[in-house]
Design a protein around this ligand. Structure first.
Ligand code: 5GP
Ligand code: ZN
Length: 116
């Protein structure tokens, strides 16, 4: 399932370039175009799922694959010991900009505490 107007679907289809660092049958992971830290990777389901609210029972395997990709990428980025932050923005209050569900993997520097 893809959305022809979706920027991440276009990246997945190879119609737009990306710095892809991991892919499998369920996911693709590429570097954020506007990184906020030395490691800033977006882990994106190949299936066009708009946001976490649209996540269904049949998608549960995708969630598992996303977290397995995190641990693989943390190792390949050599940030598994220094640590990292995972963020999934949802909807307007979450400041989600791209309506294709994705997980941000951010590391390589110490982040500010999210609660201020
Ligand atoms: P959101 O706010 O939806 O959670 O985050 C969307 C992220 O996608 C942003 O961090 C933004 O920099 C990134 N982004 C937007 N367009 C592109 C693109 O065309 N390529 C890549 N690699 N990242 C993008
Ligand atoms: Zn999409």
């Amino acid at each position: 399932m893809t959305d022809p107007d979706c920027i991440f679907c276009k990246i997945i289809a190879g119609e737009l370039p990306s710095d892809t660092v991991y892919e499998d049958d369920l996911l693709i992971a590429f570097r954020d175009i506007n990184p906020v830290a030395p490691t800033h990777i977006l882990i994106v389901p190949r299936k066009h799922i708009v946001d976490n609210n649209a996540f269904s029972d049949e998608d549960a395997v995708i969630a598992g694959a996303m977290f397995l990709a995190v641990s693989k990428l943390a190792e390949s980025e050599a940030i598994q010991d220094s640590g990292y932050r995972l963020i999934m923005n949802t909807g307007p209050d979450g400041r989600q900009e791209v309506p294709h569900m994705h997980l941000h993997l951010i590391g390589g520097k110490q982040m500010q505490h999210p609660m201020g």
